[in-house]
Unconditional design. Sequence first.
Length: 777
Amino acid sequence: MSSLSNIVLLLIVARSVSAEQLGAFVLIMTLHQTACVIGQMLVGEPYVVLSSDEGPSPDPTRAAGALGTALLLGITIGLPVAAVAYLGLGNVALAVLALCLPGLLLQDAGRYVSFGLKRPGIAFTSDTIWAVLAVAGSIWLSVAHQPTVTGLVAVWALSGCLAGILGSLHLGRLPRIGAAREWLRGSRDLGWRFLAESFVARGQSQIVLYVCGGVIGLAAAGYLRLAQAIFNPIHVAVSAYRVVALVDLSAKAVKRESMRRPVQHGTWVLGAGGAAWTLVLLVLPDTAGTSVFGEAWVGVVPLIALVGLFKISQCTAIAPYLALRAMRLADLTLRARAWISGVGLLITCLIAVLAQSLQSVLIAQAATSILASVTWHILFRRSERVRFREVPADIGQLRCAVVSHAYLEPEFAKNLESQGQLCQLTWITAHRHRTLGFRSASAAPGTPMNYRVRDFPALTFKPSDRYLLLSADMGLRTISPHVVIVEYQPWSIIAMQVRLYTRLYCPDACLVFSVKKNTFRPYPRLLAAYKRWAIVSLIRRDTHIMASSEMTRDLLTGRLDIPHHRVSVVPHRGLDTRTFAPTARAPAADSVAYVGKLTVSKGVDLLIRAVCAVRAEGERDIRLELLGPIGEADPAVLQLVLDNDWVTLHEARPNSTIPDFLAGSAIFVMPSRATPDHEEHDGRALFEAMSCGLICIGSAVGIIPELLRDGRGYLFPGDSQPGLESALRAALTDSTGRRGTAELAREHIMAELSLDAVALSRIGSAYRTHAERRVSS
């Protein structure tokens, strides 16, 4: 509908003003087209692609940020142009359009946002309002007054501004200019590449036009421009198709559904539309063409067939090209566009110089355009074949290196055995390090069945991720991995060492970071700048991050501005569900267990007080069994244990013996507190108890709600003794609910957190990252 208003305005201007004013009008509209392209590439199309992963509940902040960015772009472009146009050139019409650019770009962005929000009716309404107001105002101005370029442009631009404002109100998403920086940062992987690609394509067509004018003659350039202009209806259809198709293709990309059928359908429909319009122009009587375009029509007629062939081939390339954008392969499309445009420009200009014939130039353009269409289809088929395989058969050829000390605990090393069954796995670790078993452990002397071990001496500092491996290459030179999985924060010392060695010894390898941390510690300015640099440099290297929980994912994408498609939720470590399984012997019904650090931050004091309060009611003789490193216990916790003889302390033990400890209890509690720098990010002890069939109670802190939701356990507010007491009473008295809760918890562990399930998720994610890197390269 907005294109209709453009066409009507062009016809009115062409019939109402002088040739000089018409030329000025064309230049003015070129500014609008250029600004719209910038807005569509930085805001519109990235929003459609990125909004496809939001599901049924789209993020209102993202939409407001996109609209705010469009408004800011309009202000940034419009105000300087308005000042130059009015004060320097004395061109009032150009100044009017420049001042209206913020509203016009808002209207254009609103169209894309409405499609991204699955509310296309709003886009249609906004475009209709613009078309009706602009057409009615232009006709009234041309009939009731002497029309001028300034008046016609003002009516048209103000109508677009009003339509943009009404569209934003209808969307319920008012633009937030303050969120523009966040939007540009979050979409930087797509927007800037889309913009560069668009300028490359448009630059090619403009250079060809100038070369024709300089080598063949200005008349030839004029005929070529006019011949291209009469195919504008095709551009209108393609513009409408781009928005609709990009929404559909992006949704399929997120769901990992095949896009081959919609691409084929789009290719045939657009190609047929281009061919039909070409046929209409070929059979159009010369009298009709002359009445519209004047004597220039005679010079255009011989060019229609060749320009039509060029446009048809362009139409057939649109669908696969959009599919590649929906896959977010912006690097691939930018490089392909640069090669296609560069080769096409070179051939076309060479033909123009040698043949000095406009027909020869058009033949060269059509031929290179056909080759470009074939190239886009080949790239699409190759990309879909590689990208949308969940775990392809050749995953067994994947060479994967895992850098972590966590598997020094023998029970945890079972994860490597499972992962090693799927790929060629090498574990890189410190020879000796502190583990989650609350003790130091060394790499096992035996030979693993399914993976290799490369262990090195380490220079270790206090936190677990502050160490350096004393090795010149960590074995990466000989391993030559496809993927390096780093189980540390991206800005940690060991992670930076891995990044450096990967760049030196295996630069083609993909880096995949496995991150558990779900809180963000405020850092001094220098350290904060370092962390920001570490994240940004990772993003530029096409790194992927496996977040252990939804909370971690939201922190990475929200607080650290990592693009959503660079983060996936993948469990950190799996569990041997045969070892951690319900036992035949009946546990003590009134026995409550806890496994973990014996500290106030873990809520152990809260647990003792809550059990004491429930015991005081006199109905049950509850026993509390605490297992953890007694030597590191908080004094306050130890004092509470000494004051209550129904509490028993057990020293920390190897993880493989935990099921024997849990078998004596019916209820397990994880009462962790939230601190500014820590919320429960692993929940290992909790899902071990879930797998063993215990009734589980947890505070609503960190990953715990994700593990216990959907009826898999009892939740209470963090640091709430009354809430914990209520949960304990419910777990102790509701025997039917207890059985159902335990069964649901065990089923969840079997399906999502078993050794095989986690291995498939982690190695599958690593392989997909490698496959996407291979496609984009």
